[in-house]
Design a protein around this ligand. Structure first.
Ligand SMILES: Cc1cc2nc3c(=O)[nH]c(=O)nc-3n(C[C@H](O)[C@H](O)[C@H](O)COP(=O)(O)OP(=O)(O)OC[C@H]3O[C@@H](n4cnc5c(N)ncnc54)[C@H](O)[C@@H]3O)c2cc1C
Length: 191
């Protein structure tokens, strides 16, 4: 009889593991709190309104539609009972033979509470949309007031100069130069 493998998280790790498990030996239950896989490398383009979220979001059920040994559940994992070999979610309890936690990571603020309090992190599609909406709302505010009153709205601070921070900064520079001036005629972009 096949063993049941539960994988929590349909990110790169969860999806690749599910693909590699031999259907002759394993039944797979893939659980994610979203019904879509998010392609994180292009989140910065969603955050800067260069692409739509649907471009980087793929329905998990579609990815595995040909794999009869892989079941999908939309559920948030809440707790694990290792004695009972079961996992409790907000959508029921599931028994496993093997359990794999592939829930990804979260932004590390390295103890800087002042940054975590004010900054928007960039790990999910929802984060990207929050950044995008925030920037566009700032520009709506800018056109209603004088520069002196709104000076801080003209400034964007990116914390973290790794690939994500650098790509995001570059994309902001592009939309400042090529896109926003077409939409906000009265704004002085040299500021
Ligand atoms: C902005 C950004 C840009 C990146 N660019 C690159 C790049 O260019 N090249 C590169 O190689 N890597 C890049 N990375 C890193 C790469 O995306 C990650 O290393 C990779 O996504 C990690 O995969 P994962 O499966 O471990 O986690 P994730 O992809 O984060 O997946 C975790 C999954 O678990 C689910 N989940 C979490 N908690 C629960 C729960 N309690 N219950 C149910 N489901 C849950 C989430 O919904 C998610 O689907 C980037 C990352 C970011 C954030």
């Amino acid at each position: 009889m096949n063993k049941t493998v539960i994988i929590i998280g349909a990110g790169f790790a969860g999806i690749n593991l599910a693909r590699k498990l031999d259907p002759n030996f394993f039944d797979v239950l893939l659980i994610d709190k979203n019904n879509y896989h998010q392609f994180q490398p292009l989140l910065y383009q969603v955050a800067t309104a260069q692409i739509e979220p649907t471009t980087i979001s793929f329905p998990i059920r579609y990815i595995f539609r040909k794999d009869k040994h892989i079941s999908i559940r939309l559920a948030k994992a809440l707790s694990i009972d290792t004695q009972e070999q079961s996992i409790e979610t907000d959508n029921g309890t599931f028994k496993y033979d093997y359990l794999v936690l592939a829930m990804g990571g979260k932004t590390n603020f390295f103890g800087h509470d002042e940054i975590s309090k004010y900054a928007i992190s960039l790990k999910t599609t929802m984060d990207a949309l929050e950044i995008r909406n925030h920037i566009l709302e700032n520009f709506e505010a800018i056109v209603n007031h004088t520069y002196e009153k709104n000076e801080s709205l003209y400034n964007i601070v990116v914390v973290g100069g790794g690939p994500t921070g650098v790509e995001l900064s570059g994309a902001f520079a592009e939309i400042k130069r090529d896109i926003l001036p077409k939409d906000y005629h009265s704004v002085d972009f040299s500021k």
